[in-house]
Design a protein around this ligand. Structure first.
Ligand SMILES: C[S@@+](CC[C@H](N)C(=O)[O-])C[C@H]1O[C@@H](n2cnc3c(N)ncnc32)[C@H](O)[C@@H]1O
Length: 261
């Protein structure tokens, strides 16, 4: 173990990411919320919206995911399969307002989730990415077993973020038109993307070249430190303030909404 195995950055002291997403969903009066990677449903249950859409190849639900919602749709498939078969109007009724991307923790998977979700969002929608702000290099290992082995004896034993942090420099290089905010949400940060362009094909067109180039980028303490150095870390409360003033409740909300008010 070297010194950078211990702590590279952090701990992130801001609001816990679950509370951040719960408050964000209420502030913005979200109509449609998409969560990729739902697991037990801890976050999903707390998010308030009319229609919650969850995607996970293996749900392990223990929370009341119907809480705070009129309608819930679950897709027990990998996100790539969900996006491939999705007919937006027919299946979801319209575009996504808020998304939380927390599925497979490898950068090429998250990159696909970002580009596919942007395509079904609005210009003023919000995408939140989990685990992109690792606190030490071992948790960023691509292989969770290696992360487990390397993290023993550190303050973050058994933590795994994977190498999804690489999506931050990818967006900086290929999508400087997006507003990307690194949020100091505990425990492993949130990346919030706004100023979307659902018609953009830049990531799709360059996907293979991006994956080749960024696979070569070292997934180590120096690489992660450069990512932090290139951005300002925004306190969670300040991030919520910056995201305030949005409201996605435009129409009456369809059949169920008319029934339950
Ligand atoms: C960290 S957990 C999600 C936790 C949840 N978002 C929360 O904070 O309460 C990651 C989940 O992603 C799911 N997952 C793995 N690969 C996926 C994929 N390709 N598409 C969608 N979900 C995936 C796993 O089954 C797992 O349940």
């Amino acid at each position: 173990m070297d010194a950078t195995d211990q702590t590279l950055f952090g701990p992130h002291k801001g609001l816990h990411y679950e509370q951040f997403l719960a408050r964000l969903s209420r502030n913005a009066a979200v109509e449609r919320y998409l969560e990729i990677g739902v697991a037990r449903g801890a976050v999903f249950a707390q998010v308030a919206c009319r229609h919650g859409i969850g995607v996970d190849p293996e749900f392990t639900l223990t929370a009341n995911i119907a809480a705070n919602k009129t309608r819930v749709s679950l897709y027990q498939v990998m996100s790539d399969v969900f996006f491939r078969h999705l007919r937006l109007r027919r299946d979801l009724g319209g575009r996504i307002d808020l998304a939380f991307l927390d599925g497979m923790h490898l950068f090429e998977f998250l990159l696909r989730d970002v580009m596919n979700t942007e395509a079904i969002s609005r210009r003023d929608s919000i995408l939140c990415l989990h685990d992109c702000l690792p606190l030490a290099a071992p948790m960023a290992e691509r292989d969770p077993m290696r992360a487990q082995a390397r993290s023993q004896g550190t303050p973050y034993a058994n933590w795994w973020t994977g190498d999804v942090w690489k999506v931050v420099p990818i967006l900086a290089k290929y999508r400087p038109d997006l507003t990307v905010m690194l949020v100091d949400a505990a425990p492993t940060g949130l990346v919030v993307i706004t100023g979307l362009d659902p018609s953009s094909k830049v990531l799709k067109k360059n996907y293979d070249a991006i994956v080749r180039a960024f696979s070569e980028m070292p997934n180590d303490a120096d690489g992660i430190a450069r990512m932090y150095a290139a951005h300002t870390l925004v306190p969670a409360e300040e991030a919520l303030r910056r995201l305030s003033g949005r409201s996605y409740r435009h129409g009456r909300g369809g059949f169920l909404r008319r029934l339950v008010g």
